[in-house]
Design a protein around this ligand. Structure first.
Ligand SMILES: [Zn+2]
Length: 349
């Protein structure tokens, strides 16, 4: 029995098109279904040439102006984080915060989970995506994993962790200063739970791990593979959940507490390379979430997994990219074919 199925449904929309002198126009629409979740992602080839309507270009002058205007009041800048940010109890972290290089971890003032930490990514208030280098990310991810170890040791009920990022305002960040967000909870969030449940269902049905089956399939097809490193694999999503989605998979680890320096280094390295590629395509914002299985057991059905997507490019009066189609109907629009995106990103690895 085939284990991974890349389902695609075709439709046609027919109408008299004023852009084509009122002639009857037929536009072909492809709806792709994610092989694990069934999530639908829709592609209309006609949109590829009209991306600027859905996804206007970055206004770098505006970005620079916003960065300069917010620097003076930023609570992270000029070492202000030392007095402005909260601290954890010393039995969790002896210093109250964790620090490595230019990165600092402290509690979010308005937490959304028992453990909700922020990591400041360096002293610079403003960086473009291509300036988030692997060493900086490696420092941040090292303290992220260290914090998960400490949290779980301190309270064994905290089993579900994610590493997340909102980069710049259209991606939901409330400040320009680059940072990561960590969540730790006794139960997984909605999408995290879906991933875990569907992975288990696949394991029970096929007696194999969905994520390894997916990797084998993507490697044999090649068209969406970006790079294979020793301990991680990077590829574009067949049915993306956001613009220009890139996925990464750690085939040997089911949860974050199994991560050693190599896994951390490869996440840092991979993200920084994808961001250089995005920047080259003049994209300026992103979100990512990296998922782990429960940290108190080896889960044969799950592997650590990352989703990285672009959001609307930064510009004055930017329009949201999350409207009824995404927010309520839970579909996504494919603005560029995942196979084409993979070919554009390969040179950065
Ligand atoms: Zn700042």
């Amino acid at each position: 029995m085939k284990k991974i199925y890349f389902e695609s449904r075709q439709q046609a929309a027919v109408f008299h098109n004023p852009l084509k002198e009122g002639r009857l126009d037929t536009q072909n629409i492809e709806v792709r279904l994610d092989p694990l979740t069934g999530q639908q992602s829709t592609f209309n080839g006609g949109l590829e040439e009209k991306v600027s309507i859905l996804f206007p270009e970055t206004d770098y002058a505006y970005l620079e102006e916003r960065a300069r205007a917010t620097e003076g009041t930023c609570f992270m800048c000029d070492g202000r984080w030392r007095t402005t940010t909260p601290t954890y109890s010393t039995d969790l972290f002896p210093e109250g915060r964790l620090q490595r290089g230019e990165t600092v971890l402290f509690p979010n003032l308005f937490p959304l989970a028992s453990f909700h930490a922020v990591i400041m990514l360096g002293n610079d208030h403003f960086r473009l995506m291509n300036e988030l280098d692997a060493n900086l990310l490696e420092d941040a991810l090292s303290i992220a994993i260290e914090s998960f170890e400490q949290c779980h040791r301190h309270d064994a009920s905290l089993r579900f962790f994610t590493i997340n990022a909102n980069f710049l305002l259209p991606a939901g960040a409330s400040l320009i200063h680059p940072h990561l967000q960590l969540l730790g909870s006794p139960f997984p969030g909605t999408h995290h739970q879906t991933l875990l449940e569907r992975s288990l269902a696949h394991y029970q049905k096929h007696h194999s791990c969905y994520w390894l089956d997916l990797l084998e399939e993507e490697q044999s097809r090649e068209e969406r593979m970006i790079a294979r490193m020793d301990d991680s694999a990077w590829f574009t999503a067949y049915a993306p959940t956001g613009a220009n989605e890139v996925n990464a998979l750690w085939p040997r680890t089911s949860h974050f507490l199994e991560w050693k320096e190599r896994e951390i280094r490869q996440m840092a390295e991979g993200i920084s390379r994808v961001l250089k590629g995005y920047h080259h395509m003049k994209f300026s914002t992103f979100n990512f979430s990296c998922f782990s299985g429960p940290v108190d057991q080896w889960s044969p059905e799950f592997r650590c997994f990352l989703r990285l997507v672009n959001r609307q490019n930064i510009m004055a009066h930017h329009r949201t990219d999350d409207y009824y189609f995404q927010k309520l109907l839970k579909n996504e629009i494919i603005i560029q074919r995942p196979e084409k995106l993979a070919s554009k990103l390969r040179p950065f690895f």
